[in-house]
Ligand binder design. Sequence first.
Ligand SMILES: [Zn+2]
Length: 238
Amino acid sequence: MLKETHRITVLTGAGISAESGLETFRGKSGIWNQMKPEELASMDGFMANPGLVWEWYRYRRTILATAQPNPAHHALAEWSKLCKDFTLVTQNVDGLHQVAGQRAVLELHGNIRLNRCLRCGKEEDAELLASHDGIPYCQCGGQLRPSVVWFGEELPRKVLDEAIRASDSCQLFLVIGTSAEVYPAAHLPEIAREHGAATLEINVEQTRFSSQATVSILGLASQAVPAVLQTWKSLNLQ
Ligand SMILES: [Zn+2]
């Protein structure tokens, strides 16, 4: 499955970031857990109370300020430099793949490290540790929002199209740290499989995809991904 495999596409999700200490969405406890997801992460919620939504995203950025990529992120970044045709698609918004040195990440749900202007659409880097409270504004006077995909919003079309292209042309598709249950991301491994690619899943528990995968590894991404990369290197870099 790994020998003479030079077109590889990877889909990552929350599981890979969990090992960097980032809880899934609202975590298990605390004040944010008592809010409805739509209050914190939808345009309606933002329109109703932008101050609250910004407080929530500032809180998440504060956590992100000290989060570091783990061995799984680093192994994927290394792999992308060794492999001719390597595409990384992620459902995560934390940007840890890029921190690990990964280039050209296809971010299906945007990036929490960026702000986007509601008026002119310009994107800019955000400070992870904000120097002031309240609602930030663009130079044009428009309100800024975090550049992530909220509930009820479409995934960025161009990113999704590229992800689909990379899925239907790869030889190997890896699913890492995601149950791949939410469409349209869930389509990607299916597309790869239908086009004859082998599929390898790495998750801490069985998922809907496990029974369809060519190989399913139950374990931590931080251990399994470096091990799979090591095997790929021994078979392909001679
Ligand atoms: Zn603007």
